[in-house]
Every structure is written in C-alpha cells, then in structure tokens.
Design a protein around this ligand. Structure first.
Ligand code: ADP
Ligand code: MG
Length: 762
C-alpha cells in the first residue's frame, strides 16, 4: 500500500539525520560530526552507562527523606571556609520554593556554578529546621528547553561532544526510537535466540536507549555483546572453512629418512618442546589442507630451527619455501644462519631484500621463478611485491613482534592473499615452462583443485595468553614451544627505584669496562613524548613507537627529562658513562641509519645503545649482557619481557635492571612479576589480568578493537558460548549461504569483512 502523497514517508534506517522529524540543521550537523549520519547509525549510538534519575518534581512537592530530583535557577552562591571541611553553598529557586545546596570539599564548583545558572540536581532531601537541603547533590547544567521527566527512570548517558549534549542525543533518539526499532531486522533465528535467552535485536536497542529496569540494561548488553563476539567468531570460522574448502596446498612427503636427513643439518638435538611442534607441522604439511599455524615460543626458544624443518620438508618434495622477517637486518641474519646450517648441501638458498638490487635482483627473481632457488629469505615485502615462485609450498612469517591480535590477523590474511596471488602466477608460469610438480590427480573421479596456496606458518615471540589465544585465533592453529633449549644462563632481573639509579649505572659501567655491551631503554625520543606517539598511530611496522604502552596519567607524572633518548644521552655522556661509546637508536631515525647503528653495535664498535623500544625486534648480539630500562613502570610486562630477550644470548651472565617509579600504583609489584618469572606465558597472563585485553587488538588510540560492547575479560562466558555456537553454525552451514542467513552474512561482512580479509567470501 502506498502512502498518500501528502503524508511524509516514515523514516527508515537509511534516512539522513537531517531528514528526521524534530532534528534541526544545527543538531543534525552536531550529530553528523559524531558520525551519526542516518537513523540506523543514530540508533546504534549506544549509551556509555545509565544513571538512576528520580522523577523530577517542583521544590514544593518534594518529600524529605527521599532521593529527589528537581530543577531551578541558582540565585546565590558562596564558598565557606569555616569548620572542618571547606564547603560550597548555593540556593536554588523554582518559583514554588527554595532549596539549599551544599557541597563539601568541592570548592572548585565556585568556578562552575554561578548565580543565574539553570541546573538540575538530585540527592537525598533533608529538612534542616525550616529549610530544605541537599548535601553533595549530583548536578548538571540545564539547556533552556531540556524537558523534565516526572517519572523515575534509568537515564542513558551518551558519548557526546562540545556541540551536542547527552540529553540532546537522548531526546533525538527518543523521538525516533520506535520507528527505528520497528525496522531492525533480526539476524538470529528465533529458536536459537530463545534457547540462549537473548532478546531480539530490536528489543535490545530499545532496552539500551529506554530501559525499564537494570535487568533490561543487562539483557540488552548481553545480546549486543554476544552478537559482536558471535560475529567475530563466525567470521573467523567462515574464513577457515573457506580456506579449507576452496584452496589446496601441496601435500608434502615425509618419511623417517627425510626426517633424519633434515635433523642431520642441525648441530644439536631438538628439544622435546621443539619435537612436539615439529610433529604438529608435519601433520599439517603432509595434507593438502592449507596450514595456518602460529608457532609461538618465548624469545630464544628455538623457533627458527623448527621453521627450517618445515622449509626443508618443502624442499624434500621439490617445492620452494620462503622465510619473511620484519627487517632487512633480521632477514640477513636468518639468511646467514640458514646458509651456514645448509652449507655443503644441495639446497639453494638466496636472500631478497631491498638491498639486493640491479642485475643481482633480476637474477634472484628469475631463478626463483624457474625453481632454481629452494629457500628464499626476505623481508615482509616479499608478500607484497609481485615475486613469482615456481612452486611455493611453505611460507614462514617471522613476526618476532608484539603485533596486536587485530594487526596480526590482518597481516596473516594479507599474507595469505598475496601469497595466493603469487602462487597463482607461479602456476601459470609453471604450466608454460614445464609440467607442474604437483601430485597427479588422475586417480580421483573428481579432480582435486590444483595446489594454489602455500602452507603458512607464523612465528611469534609474543605469547598470547592461553585464555585468549584459543578464542581469538579460531582460524589459526597454535603450536607452542614451551621450553628453552638447555644450557641457558638465566637473566638476572632486578627492580630498583629511581634513587638507586647511580648504582645501577655504576654496575652497567663495570660491565662495559669488562668489554660487554648494554642496551638502555627509555620511553620516548625527546621532550615531545606525547606528541610523538601520535605521529603515526597506525604504524604497525616493527619498532613503531606507537606500541609504547601508556598508563593513564603517567605522562604528567613524568618529571625530569630522563624519559627521553636525547636527554639521557646527554646526561650519560657527561656523567656515568663518560668516555664510553654510546649511540641513540629510535624509530624516527631512517631505516638505513637504524640498521647502520645496529650493525656497529653488533660489531662491538658501540658500547651502549640508548634506545626506545625499537630494539624490541633485534639482531642477536651475544656480547650484550645488560638491559637497563628507565621508567620501566611505563611499559607493559609482556613488552619488558620481550625487551629483556635482547640480552642473555651469549655465554656470559646477563642482567636486566628495571628502574621503576614507586609513585605509580602497583608499579613495583607489577614489575616484580618479571623478576620472579622468566616464562613469557606467565607474564602475558599477568599482564592481561592487570591491563585487560583491550590492547591485544592493537593500540587503543587507533580504535583498532572491533568490539564496542563486548569486553573480553568481563564477557568471557559469552565469548566461550559465541565460539561454540559459531563453530557449530559454520559446520552446519559453511558459507552462510542459506536465504535465512542473508542478513547475518551481510552484517558479518560489514563488521569484520575487512579485518578478517573476507572479501572473497561474500
Ligand atoms: P627464537 O625462538 O627466539 O627465534 P632461535 O631459533 O633464534 O630462537 O634460537 C635461539 C638460539 O638457540 C639459536 O642460537 C639456536 O641455534 C639455539 N637453539 C635452537 N634450538 C636448540 C636446541 N634444540 N638445542 C640447542 N640450541 C638450540
Ligand atoms: Mg627468532
């Protein structure tokens, strides 16, 4: 039925904000500035919290002894300094009566509440002789036309702005809420919802914006949080199903003989922790389901050897393998180590970084495409460049870095996509030059798709707390190298207070005098520390300063100038380390400069590096035995552990000295975890407990977390439920392609399509 032409059409969810009834252009602009450009977005703007609001009444109607809410004009104010506590008094009138307001110990209010101001106040009403009084009432300035609500209720408090107040947002939403919720499509089937006792999406939104009770707020929260988690998990499982269903990787051969030949290349026996992971990898790589495995292990646990095992397995089946490192210098280091381990064998190893140029580069690329290189080592740029492989079977990404979960997923997904493109090319290439080496498929009735993607292994030294790892990496299998190779001298870690700095540096100097080297880490580069972090908040490159952990308020506490590289360099050169060769290293230096400094340090031509966390990803310098961290209280525990991994790589005993500011709440206790434990997992769990999981998604400033309502810590149970449900769902319906899943799939792709690289799924 068409509506009569003179009747305005009711708004739908896509109706622009300025076309909504009752929204003037000023308000529309202010809402648009918050990103609320249409009705759908407006209704998706959820309150941060709810406040109990007593029904408003005139002063004359108020009953002493009750929590009351009223409004009026401030007619007089005065600060009072007699008595035990200073207090601020004000008089409120509304034409029906007079109410005395008093706030204790809040004299700053005299700058905020002036005679003539219109305010709403709420508090417990007391009779004081003939007078009515509210002590320490909640108060807020009132807009001229802000309506009074005579009913008691839970008032939503919205994220607002200078231009538009929470109550105005509330008023706008209230005006269109019913029209909006009537159109919110449900994407969960009714029985599914009922079984889990979840309200409909429309009900959930209504209950968030206009709750009848605390219970409704909780129910709405539960539904919306569950939705987010379910979507995320569905996305993860969908991706996995897609990979498994549509792509094939080369199934590699494995035998006792191959195993022996590979192991003979290592100068040591693998630890049983490494053996376990090798077994996982062998299981993966001998099938044609593309592997997607995260190999996590503490710094120094021996991940590279395990990766090399996987790569040699590819070579044994006459395929190629690639190892990608986050920096050129690390790629060079990997290349040198692998070339050394494979010296005298027939395996052809090559390096491809930005530094390999000209005819040499041409040659490497050509040989790679012809299959004359078995193992290529390069930077992550190998992923993005159009490098043609002859037959890439195993791609190892050495991350060595604390990417947030979010970034890691993106990297992996990007990696997967790029690598697929690469190997598609190689297939095209291979088919014209010579027959492909993949197994014959003739024996099967339905021909298997040809190998088109490599197995992907990601190595990381950033342990993901067990509780979260399983949940967030539904699409990644995880193997953990959970013990260090034998014969390591543990690093001695000490937490000291700033008044022991002189001793700490005296000790460090002794080590330098003995011919050893040191890292000295500070939170920022120069005095513009805060600004610095904002320089490139999205930079996820290794060593990016944006990863520096911040604790609220730590900036303002930082007195003195020892938080930054430049100032500390000066101080050390003039005093404690006078005469020593020290150099600065930080993310604002050019990459070449950085690598040059690192190279000189490795060669022993620099005694101490004064650095930011760029050194977190680093080259092995066995002679570096001291790690000193200034303002250690400003770093996350996992990050400190990672930093500490820079030392303890040689035979000599290593030391880690954490200078912590005792003024920071719990700082020393937090740091003590590091002194007590050398286990990255224990530390990561503690870190999670202390800081919450938000940061795992990457830097909070860049808004990387896809979760708006759910909180991974608080909503752990919902998370477990969402994970179980998502797995079962995708098992039943691997592509979410049923007609009744259309809304769900659309929303899923909208929410996580980009993050999870689901572009080719929908
Ligand atoms: P990470 O996990 O930090 O990448 P690496 O693979 O670089 O660790 O290994 C750290 C060091 O330990 C290397 O010098 C490596 O040769 C050595 N290593 C690895 N596995 C073993 C083992 N099973 N026994 C003895 N040394 C080992
Ligand atoms: Mg390594």
């Amino acid at each position: 039925m068409a509506s009569p032409p003179d009747q305005p059409t009711p708004p739908d969810l896509t109706t622009p904000i300025d076309k909504l009834p009752g929204v003037g252009s000023k308000r529309a602009h202010a809402l648009a500035a918050l990103g609320l450009t249409n009705l759908g977005k407006l209704v998706a703007h959820l309150p941060m919290r709810h406040e109990f609001q007593a029904g408003e009444a005139k002063i004359a109607e108020l009953t002493p002894g009750q929590i009351v809410s009223t409004r009026g004009d401030i007619t007089a104010t005065r600060p009072v300094f007699i008595g035990r506590l200073p207090r601020f008094e004000a008089v409120l009138m509304d034409g029906t009566g007079r109410l005395d307001l008093v706030w204790f110990n809040q004299n700053f209010l005299r700058d905020k509440i002036h005679p003539g101001a219109r305010v709403r106040v709420q508090g417990e009403l007391k009779r004081r002789g003939a007078k009515l009084q509210l002590a320490n009432p909640r108060w807020e300035p009132l807009g001229d036309d802000e309506p009074a609500s005579r009913r008691e209720r839970l008032r939503p408090v919205y994220p607002a702005s200078e231009r538009i107040k929470s109550w105005e947002i509330e008023q706008t939403i209230a005006g269109v809420l019913d029209a909006a919720t009537a159109q919110i499509e449900e994407h969960l089937p009714e029985p599914f919802r009922r079984e889990r006792n979840l309200p409909t999406l429309a009900e959930a939104y209504r209950m968030m914006h206009r709750p009848e009770s605390e219970e409704e707020v909780a129910a709405a929260h539960r539904r919306l949080a569950f939705d987010e988690l379910l979507m995320l998990q569905l996305g993860v499982f969908l991706k996995r199903a897609h990979l498994r269903g549509s792509l094939r990787a080369p199934a590699l051969r494995h035998s006792a003989e191959i195993d022996q030949r590979i192991r003979a290349r290592f100068p040591f026996a693998l630890t049983s922790a490494q053996d376990k992971v090798v077994a996982d990898i062998v299981r993966d790589l001998t099938t044609s389901v593309p592997a997607n495995r995260l190999i996590q292990g503490d710094v120094g646990s021996g991940k590279t050897v395990v990766a090399l095992y996987a790569m040699l397995l590819a070579v044994a089946s006459e395929h190629q393998a690639a190892l990608m490192a986050p920096t050129e210098i690390l790629a060079e280091q990997h290349h040198a180590n692998i070339a050394r381990a494979l010296g005298g064998s027939k395996v052809r190893v090559a390096l491809l970084t930005g530094a390999v140029t000209g005819p040499e580069r041409e040659s490497v690329l050509a040989r790679l495409a012809r299959g004359e290189i078995d193992i290529i080592v390069g930077t992550h740029a190998l992923l993005t460049e159009t490098v043609a492989f002859h037959s890439l079977a195993v791609a190892v990404i050495d991350e060595q870095h604390r990417f947030g979960v979010h970034q890691r997923a993106t990297l992996r997904v990007k990696g997967g996509t790029a690598l697929r493109a690469v190997s598609d090319q190689s297939r095209a290439h291979g088919s014209e030059s010579r027959t492909t080496k993949s197994r014959a498929t003739g024996s099967r009735a339905a021909p298997e798709p040809e190998p088109s993607t490599p197995h992907v292994l990601v190595m990381t030294a950033t342990p993901i707390p067990r509780t979260l790892g399983i949940t967030l990496f539904g699409d990644l299998d995880i193997s953990t190298i959970d013990a260090l190779p034998p014969g390591r001298t543990p690093i001695e870690t000490r937490v000291v207070t700033p008044d022991q700095r002189a001793d700490a540096y005296a000790f460090l100097r002794e080590r330098l005098d003995a011919g050893e080297q040191a890292y000295i880490v500070v939170p920022t580069i120069d005095d513009g520390g805060t600004a610095l972090r904002a320089v490139n908040p999205n930079e996820s490159a290794p060593g990016s300063e944006s990863h520096t952990t911040e604790y609220p308020g730590s900036e303002s506490r930082a007195t003195g100038n020892l938080t930054n590289v430049r100032a500390l360099m000066k101080e050390l050169e003039a005093g404690p380390l006078a005469g020593k060769r020290i150099a600065a290293l930080h993310g604002r230096l050019k990459r070449q400069t950085r690598e040059h400094v690192m190279e000189r340090f490795r060669a022993g031509r620099i005694d101490a590096l004064v650095a930011t966390t760029v050194i977190e990803v680093g080259v092995d310098v066995p002679n570096a035995t001291v790690m000193l961290v200034e303002h250690a209280d400003r770093f996350g525990l996992a990050q400190l552990h990672q930093l500490r991994g820079r030392v303890g790589r040689g035979a000599a005993k290593s030391h880690c000295i954490l200078i912590g500011e005792p003024a920071t709440p719990n700082a020393l206790e937090r740091l003590a975890v590091l002194a007590d434990s050398a286990d990255g997992f224990v530390i990561a769990e503690k870190d999670l407990e202390i800081r919450g999981p938000g940061e795992l998604f990457g830097s909070r400033q860049s808004g990387a977390s896809p979760l708006r309502v759910a909180d991974l810590m608080r909503d752990r149970e919902l998370l477990a439920m969402a994970r179980r449900d998502a797995r079962e769902w995708i098992e039943r319906s691997p592509a979410l392609a049923r007609p009744e899943e259309r809304t769900l799939l659309r929303r899923l792709l909208k929410a996580y399509g980009e993050t999870l690289g689901l572009g080719d799924v929908g």
